[in-house]
Design a protein around this ligand. Structure first.
Ligand code: AMP
Length: 282
C-alpha cells in the first residue's frame, strides 16, 4: 500500500493508473479502524481494480470540540489493517492539505430537511462539515464508487444528496453495519468506553431490536417513549430514539403497516455519544 500525504501526489498516482481505465473504489474514514471499516475495504476490493482509503479526522464536522480532541488515533494499527485487507493507496492529509483556503468561508450545501432532523438537529453544522470533507476528498480521489456504512444512516442520505447537488459522477455503495458478538455496532468511539460502559452500551442495539419485534401498525409514540426510558434507566443520556421513513427520513408517529421504516438512536454514555439504527422490515 502506498501512503500519500499530499493531494498533488495522490493525484499524479491516480492519473498514471487511469491510463489503464481501472475502476476505483474509495473508502473515506476518520481512522481508529475496526472490522466495520475493513468490511467496506473488502467490498471495494471485490468490485474495483483500485482501492483507496482516506484517514482524516475532519475538524469541520465536530460540533463538540471535546469530541474532536478525544477522537481516538491508532494510525500504526490502521495501516496494518489496511495492508492486510489489500488496500492499494492510503490518503493521509493534514488539515492544510484538505482546507488550503483555511477553515473560514467554507462552501455550504442546500441539504434542506435532512439537516433539520435527528443528527442534523442535535449536531448543528455537522452535516455541512461532512459534505465539505467528502466533496473535497472526491475532487482529490475521483472514484467510480464511494463506499459508506449503513451505521451512519442519515450521513449516507446526506452524502447522496451532496453528490446529486454537485452532479458528481460517483456511485454510492451502502454496506451493512458490522456488530460485536453481543450486538453493539462497531464504532471507533467504542474504544473510549470503560468496562462498565461497554457492558451497558449493548442496550442500544437491544432497544432497536425490541422496537423491531414489537412494531405494529398504528400509534408509535408509546414504543418510542418506552425505548428512551429504557435507555435512560440503563444509564444513558438519550438524545433521541425515533422511527422514520427509510427512504425520506420523515419522522413517523403513526404507521400504516406498509411504509418502509428505520429506527434510529443517539445516546450518551458519560462523554461518549453512540449512534445506531436498524431497518424494521425484513
Ligand atoms: P468513520 O471513520 O466513523 O467516519 O467511518 C468511516 C466509514 O465507515 C463510514 O462510511 C461509516 O458509516 C463506516 N462504518 C463505521 N462503523 C461501521 C460499522 N460498524 N459497520 C459498517 N460500516 C461502518
Amino acid at each position: 500500500m502506498i501512503i500519500f500525504k499530499k493531494a498533488a501526489d495522490i493525484g499524479i498516482f491516480l492519473q498514471q493508473k487511469r491510463q489503464n481505465n481501472p475502476k476505483t473504489g474509495f473508502v473515506p474514514t476518520m481512522g481508529a479502524l475496526h472490522q466495520g471499516h475493513i468490511s467496506l475495504i473488502e467490498s471495494a476490493r471485490s468490485k474495483n481494480d483500485l482501492v483507496v482509503c482516506s484517514i482524516f479526522v475532519n475538524p469541520t464536522q465536530f460540533n463538540d470540540p471535546k469530541d474532536f480532541q478525544n477522537y481516538p488515533i491508532t494510525i500504526e494499527n490502521d495501516i496494518d489493517l489496511l495492508e492486510k485487507a489489500g488496500c492499494d493507496a492510503l490518503f493521509l492529509p493534514a488539515v492544510e492539505e484538505m482546507y488550503p483556503a483555511g477553515l473560514e468561508n467554507k462552501k455550504t450545501y442546500a441539504l434542506g430537511y435532512l439537516e433539520t432532523v435527528l443528527e442534523g438537529r442535535y449536531r448543528p453544522g455537522h452535516f455541512q462539515g461532512v459534505c465539505q470533507v467528502v466533496h473535497r476528498l472526491l475532487t482529490i480521489v475521483p472514484a467510480d464508487r464511494l463506499y459508506l456504512g449503513q451505521k451512519d444512516f442519515q450521513q449516507c442520505m446526506v452524502i447522496r444528496k451532496m453528490i446529486e447537488l454537485e452532479n458528481l459522477p460517483v456511485e454510492t455503495v451502502i454496506c451493512p453495519t458490522l456488530r460485536e458478538t453481543d450486538g453493539l455496532a462497531m464504532s471507533s468511539r467504542n474504544m473510549r468506553l470503560d468496562k462498565e460502559a461497554r457492558e451497558k452500551a449493548v442496550e442500544i442495539s437491544r432497544t432497536l431490536l425490541h422496537i423491531k419485534s414489537s412494531l405494529k401498525a398504528g400509534d408509535l409514540s408509546e414504543l418510542k417513549t418506552a425505548a428512551v426510558e429504557q435507555l435512560n434507566r440503563t444509564g444513558f443520556k438519550t438524545d433521541y430514539v425515533e422511527i422514520a421513513d427509510a427512504d425520506t427520513l420523515e419522522l413517523i408517529g403513526r404507521w400504516d403497516g406498509k411504509q418502509k421504516l428505520v429506527a434510529l438512536c443517539a445516546a450518551f454514555l458519560g462523554e461518549v455519544r453512540l449512534i445506531d439504527n436498524m431497518l424494521l422490515q425484513a
